[in-house]
Design a protein around this ligand. Sequence first.
Ligand SMILES: Cc1cc2nc3c(=O)[nH]c(=O)nc-3n(C[C@H](O)[C@H](O)[C@H](O)COP(=O)(O)O)c2cc1C
Ligand code: SF4
Length: 431
Amino acid sequence: MGLKVPYVTSYLTEHCAEDDYVSLAGYEAKGGYRAAKKALGMAPQEVINLVKESGLQGRGGAGFSTGMKWSFMPQDSDRPKYLVCNADESEPGSFKDRLLLERTPHKMLEGILIAAWATGAEKTFIYVRGEYAFPADVVQRAIDEAYEKGILGPRCMGKSFAHDVVLMRGAGAYICGEETGLLESLEGKKGQPRKKPPFPAQYGAFGMPSTVNNVETFCHVPHIVDQGADWFRGFGTEKSPGTTLFGVSGHVVRPGLYELPLGTPLDEIIFEHAGGIPGGRKVKGVIPGGMSMPVLPAGQLDVPMANEYLRERQSMLGTGGIMVMDETTCMVRASCIITYFFRDESCGQCTQCREGTGWLNKIVNRLERGAGSEKDIDILVDVAGKMEGQTICAFADAAAWPVQGMIRHFRGDFEEHVRQQKCPFSGSFEL
Ligand SMILES: Cc1cc2nc3c(=O)[nH]c(=O)nc-3n(C[C@H](O)[C@H](O)[C@H](O)COP(=O)(O)O)c2cc1C
Ligand code: SF4
């Protein structure tokens, strides 16, 4: 069937377009599970050190060091230890994990097996978002094959090491992508994030020490073990090594997934790889890392796509979901959509988040209708500022940042709605 979307590949997605790569035989024919074999011959601490040296940062949004996270797992505990693979991919604008789940399920399982060996975990829970029915089936088939061939089970690859993998599907809540909301949901409870500390390494799935990593993070691991930390550091920037999958959507000629080194300039991704803006129109703003990351204006697209550079522009890499908006876009209307999403998805535990997301949406809607005032714009800034850093999880920050970014760079759009008492963008897309 092959891959239908435009794409650029590197090591992570090299064989993604080949149908037989999904099967265990096809994966092994391309060197699959070679790295797991190598890792299982190393001391667990050696594997952790290698991943630390590689500088791999988690690809689930926060960009935390993977090797460091693995080292937080207690070594001397006799309680069972677990891994959790976060395949919730609920961030609007993000669709990279889907490709990996559908086209490279064994690479993810190989990364999981290596992480299990390194951390001493006896079981992995793969939590797949509810809407990903097809990817979940593909992964389940890969798990079954791995059991049949003795890669998983009581003696993984013939070693005296047991590891089980269980797949679970979510039910479509954004907050179940947040790692402790995910853990609650995994345990059959409401997906409401936990207060931290304790962190998952102390108190994770079913109260046991656990490590949560994103699908893409696991997929980089076999390459690091196979080719070494220096090889991995040959891609990307000094602080952000490796490639990542940029998912480009919105007003571009070729929306799709592009595997490129971290640090690739945003304008190169949009104009060279994704073909630029259709119809000769100009770009207006770009959300660089999934909907919760603050927008950048057209003048700042020379930024290298790595956290150390994006932070200087008051944004972040997030999940690498690049959403491009051209000059016909009404940024107030875009803010309506964004705030509506967050209002709907707040789990409601924290007052600042539950009330704040509602007020942001209400005020932005008022401005969009032409019923708002100049003071409303200042209230938006004030409410967003009061939501930041105050809550149980980072959802409230993720809801506040996009609004702050929109007003920081496109205050003119908000003021024009007040001045004209209507939306001045008749050509903009409908809600
Ligand atoms: C509101 C919210 C939603 C999140 N959604 C996801 C998600 O869908 N997938 C994911 O991998 N991480 C998501 N995360 C990040 C996870 O909490 C966690 O940091 C990540 O899974 C760790 O994996 P990594 O270290 O490999 O990046 C989300 C975080 C927040 C605050
Ligand atoms: S910040 Fe929002 S989503 Fe996170 S725990 Fe509080 S209410 Fe729930």
